[in-house]
Design a protein around this ligand. Sequence first.
Ligand code: C5P
Length: 237
Amino acid sequence: MNPILVALDVDTTAQALAAAHTVRGHVGGLKIGKQLFTSEGPTLVRELAARGDRVFLDLKYHDIPNTVAGAVRAATALGVWMVNVHASGGLKMMQAARQAAEQAAGHQGQRPLVIAVTVLTSLDEAALASVGVSRSVAEQVGALAAMAQDAGLDGVVASPHEIGVIRARCGATFQIVTPGIRSGPAIAGDDQARTLSAAEAMTAGATYLVIGRPILRASDPARAAEEIAASLLKAEG
Ligand code: C5P
């Protein structure tokens, strides 16, 4: 499938539906995060999923296993294609998330992919140390990715620069969802540092690419998505 997942980082259902309409057919899926979900709620998710869009519900659940299991069951009932949790919630929490996705999907349904966030890219070594983690960021990312795999999760979210350590630790089939993708014209006020182009990230071993502003803020978003997809095909040879 097309590995591009568009981050619908907008405020309203109307904006989200318009953006989805524009890029549909040019991307592999749509990511809905805390901002849009908190303001517009599950109706939008249900609506997009019902019309056949792959929805990655990016709410990064982190709570006791029973509560996370309930949230994953609810997300599965909405029809989402992918959902995520924080790996730092621990092995049992991740196992509960995976089990809840399976049970809620039932025998007929396709369960959503369940992936984990390892270390937030906003945290550096000093920030990790301040919350009691003495390992380096790379060691912590590798350890949490391995724990997510042990728990039966399908993959992790990781910055382009963490792909290598995760591939080495978790093998070729573990899924890696990578934001921080940039190429083409500079974006005013961009907050992404240490980026890779889409083709570079796929070559490094990403499975899916989360891309927001380079597509949605382009003058022609459908064309921007198409060009990125074409750059991937070219890189594949
Ligand atoms: O607009 P841009 O391409 O930077 O959007 C990237 C998306 O990926 C945003 O929704 C952002 O919140 C998300 N993300 C990220 N870096 C992470 C985790 C998620 O940029 N480490």
